[in-house]
Design a protein. Structure first.
Lengths: 309, 104
């Protein structure tokens, strides 16, 4: 009953967003052939390694000659699956697969705990559904970012850096992640200084604040998914053990539900905060770059060869 | 390092379809329809065949708003490979048929 209170507005909101998107006249700017299969195909071939770009164009060429919508959809789905697995993997495909595996592992573990501790009846499945929809949206956003030139590798490394510093400061043990004993400067380093630094370094390295902002957005997603996976593993290992939570439940199920719920909130919170603070760092570095005479920064005019979008 | 694994049954079907008229350039979608393969299986096969030098590719210019199309046909090595495959299959089939007749 309580779950329905959250689920119905969520589905309603999703329906409104889809309806709003479908009536947006800008989606027809590329002509009537700009349909879902074509968009899917363009998304997928953007993940191909540069040396496979010709094959992406070959798939697009064939799709252009298929009229029937169902056949177009089937063809595009097949090509998209081929583009995701076709070796050699480019940085974009590697990044997407790394994040998909991370997210799938964390969601699987989360769902496993919901089953193991019998949390499904108390809105546990609603939470898993919301988490899955949220993570799918995050992965879709990340897949758009990794295809941009010069974003995939620094974004993934930046995310790894943010996550490692976050865990180092709060303590690597699982108990430290479930019941963190952090003081003010810890939070300052974890959520302000490091994301700001990643945004600033990303902009300085790419010498383009727009690329720097993309790098830090990808880093925020990578770091948050990594932290979510780590803290979910921590709950799976510790279970209801350790000192009692200050705001936790009084039963084992209540404690577990509270702990995995905290992880879910942390996922949304860290993505938002890392991306926002990092955006600020990228903007600040961009302003400094504009004031710096050309030739004094690192020479990285085009760190990654451009890929076909 | 490129691995030269034996071709899969699906890849053999594609090779045979191309070998039926080796001089003719073929479209990917037509090949997929002919050998009953989905695009997700066909393109990795075409990529592997091209990487092994068994397939040559070309582009047909786009017509109107339609994009250019990729065309495929067997190379000389590809034709030799299909001929060798057919010969090897015949070698295996004759003893098998002989055994079946012997058992009867």
């Amino acid at each position: 009953m309580l779950g329905g209170l959250f689920f119905v507005p969520m589905v309603g909101l999703l329906g409104i967003l889809i309806a709003w998107y479908r009536r947006d006249p800008r989606r027809f700017l590329d002509g009537p052939t700009e349909d879902a299969p074509l968009r899917l195909m363009r998304w997928a071939i953007g993940l191909l390694a540069p040396q496979r770009a010709e094959w992406g164009q070959a798939m697009l060429g064939e799709l252009g000659c298929i009229e029937d919508r169902i056949r177009r959809t089937r063809f595009a789905l097949g090509c998209a699956s081929a583009a995701l697995v076709l070796p050699p993997w480019g940085r974009a495909a590697t990044g997407v697969w790394a994040m998909i595996l991370l997210a799938a592992g964390a969601i699987g573990l989360y769902a496993g705990m919901a089953v193991h501790y019998g949390l499904g009846g108390g809105g546990g499945w609603i939470a898993v559904s919301i988490l899955t929809v949220f993570v799918l949206g995050v992965l879709l956003g990340a897949s758009a970012l990794v295809r941009r030139p010069g974003v995939a590798l620094p974004g993934l490394l930046g995310g790894l850096f943010i996550a490692v510093i976050f865990l180092t400061v709060s303590g690597f043990t699982f108990l430290d992640q479930i019941l963190p004993n952090t003081v003010g400067w810890h939070r300052l380093v974890q959520v302000i200084a490091v994301p700001f630094l990643v945004g600033a370094v990303g902009t300085w390295w790419s010498r383009d604040p727009i690329i720097g902002k993309r790098i830090v957005r990808l880093a925020a997603i990578t770091a948050s998914l990594g932290l979510f996976a780590y803290t979910t593993i921590a709950v799976a290992v510790i279970g209801g053990g350790g000192p009692p939570d200050q705001d936790g439940g009084f039963t084992l199920r209540g404690t577990i539900s509270d702990r995995i719920g905290n992880n879910m909130v942390l996922l949304g919170f860290t993505i938002l905060v890392f991306a926002t603070i990092g955006w600020g760092g990228a903007a600040a570095a961009g302003r400094l770059l504009r004031c710096t005479p050309a030739g004094t920064g690192p020479v990285t005019s085009n760190p990654v060869p451009p890929q076909e979008a | 390092m490129q691995r030269n694994r034996p071709p899969s049954p699906q890849a053999i079907n594609v090779l045979r379809a191309l070998a039926a008229d080796p001089a003719r350039w073929r479209y990917g979608y037509d090949l997929a329809t002919e050998v009953h393969l989905k695009s997700g299986s066909l393109y990795p096969i075409l990529v592997r065949l091209a990487d092994r030098g068994l397939l040559e590719t070309s582009w047909e210019p786009g017509v109107g708003s339609r994009p250019p199309r990729h065309l495929y046909r067997l190379t000389g090595d590809g034709r030799d490979f299909v001929a060798a495959l057919t010969a090897a299959r015949a070698d295996r089939t004759v003893p098998a048929m002989h055994n079946r007749w012997s058992e009867a």
